[in-house]
Structures are given as C-alpha cells and as structure tokens.
Write a protein of this length. Structure first.
Length: 263
C-alpha cells in the first residue's frame, strides 16, 4: 500500500484486526518491511501491525540528502496521522531505533510504548570514520562491496550456516538498497546524538540487543537503559545485530509480553 506523507510517497503494510491496538515496526539500514516478517506473523492476529519502508529504502521514495532522524521521525508521525492512528506501540531496530528515540522526543503523545533494538543514542567517536568510509564506498561503487561485511555484522557464523536461504534474502536486500538512501542515512547516523535527552523519554521502554552485536554494542544499550528511567534491558546470547531474526523466538516472546503489559 502507498500514500503520501510528509511530502513523500511511502510504502507500508497494514495487517490485523481493525480496532486492535497498533504496533508499528521500523527497520534497519539496508533492509525493508521484510525485516519484520516473523514478528508480523506472530502479532497480526492480536494487533493491528504497521510496517513501513524508511525514506530512501524499499518502495518508499528516495529523496536527496540530507536526511536527519528528526526528518525520518516526522515521516512516520505523518504516516500515522494519514492512517488516522492516534497511538501506537513502536518497535525500531538499528536505524529504526534511532527513529524511535527521535519520535519519542518529538511526539511522545502518539506512543503507547517504545522498543529499541540493536541501536544507539549516539555512535561512538571511533565509528564515525567507518561510517564515512562506507558512505564513500557506496557512493563510488554501489552497495555490492559492503554486502559480505554487513552480513557478517548482522548474523553470527552459526546463524549464517544454518539459515543460508534467509541470509541470501538479506544479501539481496543490501544489493537493492538505493545508493542515495543508504548514503543519506549513513550521514544522518554520524551526527545523531540524543544521549543527553534520554531522561526526557517517559514512555515505557524495552531495550533489546544481541550479545554479539558488533555494530551497536551492548554498552551503547546500557547508556540508553540508564538514561530512560524505568526501562528494561534484555541481552540475547549468541546473537548479532539483527536480533529479531537471530533470537527470533525469544525476541518475539519478550516483545509480546512487554506490549501486553503496557496496553
């Protein structure tokens, strides 16, 4: 499905019974609504499940840089308004978690709860040159050169060996990500910093991360946990960056329990 929100054409999937509480899912860099297929399957009998492609990703419009996470948060806020959704549970992973933090700070009234997964409130200084190099590489050569290194961050070796078909689907997702959208998000990540504002988030918050996530470290989630009063932190063992897939069963169970406890 498509509609225009915040001045761009956005692609979204809306499933589940009308009138049920809404759960909104926001995906990572270089993925799409497909990231959340397992959770959508699990939740859509009980909840109204909204997934959407971020600006510059999937089937949502690619616009010129710069992007900011304030802009990306406004995109989903305007999509919610267009769909006449007044309140939602929000689940964001990686980039989606940065969108979630920005949305919670700009429009807390639309959130019933906030789940932040494999994300950061501010990328550590040592990672900024890495993001710059990725942006340069993709600008010059497209996304092909970063496919394997990204897959290695997203999934543990054991997961890759046991789930080759799924992993190949995510290789293809990286390959198909528009260069302009990828680079603009890389640039937005480099300047993202809401650490000093985390105390202003007063929405029930669940934080989840893979213990083997080398892209956004457990220590970065501990910062978010300390900053958001009353938040809960869950670390999944033997799991890398895409924890909703690497620990699918436990991730989904924890998410469902959290949402049901914060209606």
């Amino acid at each position: 499905m498509r509609l225009t929100a915040n001045g761009i054409s956005m692609h979204y999937v809306l499933e589940g019974p009308e009138g049920a509480p809404v759960v909104t899912f926001s995906h990572s860099l270089a993925t799409s609504v497909a990231l959340w297929e397992p959770q959508a399957r699990a939740l859509k009998s009980q909840f109204r499940v909204l997934r959407y492609d971020t600006r510059g990703h999937g089937k949502t419009e690619v616009t010129p840089a710069p992007y900011t996470f304030g802009l990306l948060a406004e995109d989903i806020y305007q999509l919610l308004k267009a769909l006449k959704i007044s309140r939602t549970h929000f689940v964001g992973l990686s980039n989606g978690g940065m969108v979630g933090q920005s949305l919670a700070l700009a429009h807390p009234e639309v959130l019933r709860s906030l789940t932040l997964c494999d994300t950061t409130s501010c990328p550590p200084p040592a990672t900024i040159p890495i993001w710059r190099e990725r942006a340069r590489t993709v600008t010059a050569q497209g996304t092909a050169p970063i496919v394997e290194s990204t897959i290695e961050r997203w999934f543990t070796k054991h997961f890759r060996e046991k789930n080759s078909v799924l992993v190949e689907q995510f290789r293809e997702s990286i390959r198909k990500t528009p260069v302009a959208g990828y680079v603009a998000c890389c640039e937005a990540i480099q300047v993202f910093n809401v650490t000093d504002r985390l105390r202003d988030i007063q929405i029930p918050t669940l934080i989840m991360v893979g213990a083997e996530d080398v892209g956004t470290l457990v220590s970065e989630h501990e910062i978010i946990h300390r900053g958001i009063k009353g938040s809960e932190l869950v670390v999944f063992p033997e799991t890398a960056h895409l924890s909703n897939l690497g620990s699918e069963k436990d991730f989904t169970a924890k998410l469902l329990n959290f949402i049901n406890n914060h209606p």
